[in-house]
Design a protein around this ligand. Structure first.
Ligand SMILES: C=C(O[C@@H]1C=C(C(=O)O)C=C[C@H]1O)C(=O)O
Length: 99
């Protein structure tokens, strides 16, 4: 059974919305990394460690709560944050090494 042209149009419309959201995510991530870069410079200048496990625990708790309220899988939200934070810590470590 082949898809009707109506179904294909709808698929295209929905994919347009997905593309817009992906673009917004990229821009948001770029903004987030600009701020974490500033944190990295501040930490390096004041001999603070690249990671802050207490802060991360608070963020995980908050994000899991937000995810539940938004009907998003909290496990996924935590994994997503963990992926980003690991990259940030690598950046901070590199900044500290360059000082
Ligand atoms: C940005 C910071 O550095 C690290 C990265 C974090 C993040 O990406 O949100 C949070 C805690 C730290 O492990 C910070 O300490 O605020």
């Amino acid at each position: 059974m082949s898809a009707t042209s109506e179904a294909l149009e709808e698929l295209q419309r929905i994919r347009g919305s997905i593309d817009n959201i992906d673009a917004a995510l990229v821009h948001l991530l770029a903004e987030r990394f600009k701020h974490t870069q500033q944190v990295g410079l501040l930490k390096a200048a004041h001999d603070l460690p690249p990671s802050d496990p207490d802060r991360e625990r608070q963020q995980i708790e908050r994000l899991r709560r937000l995810a539940r309220d938004a009907h998003l899988d909290p496990e996924f939200a935590e994994k997503f944050l963990g992926f980003i934070v690991a990259e940030v810590i690598q950046h901070h470590t590199r900044i500290a090494e360059q000082q």
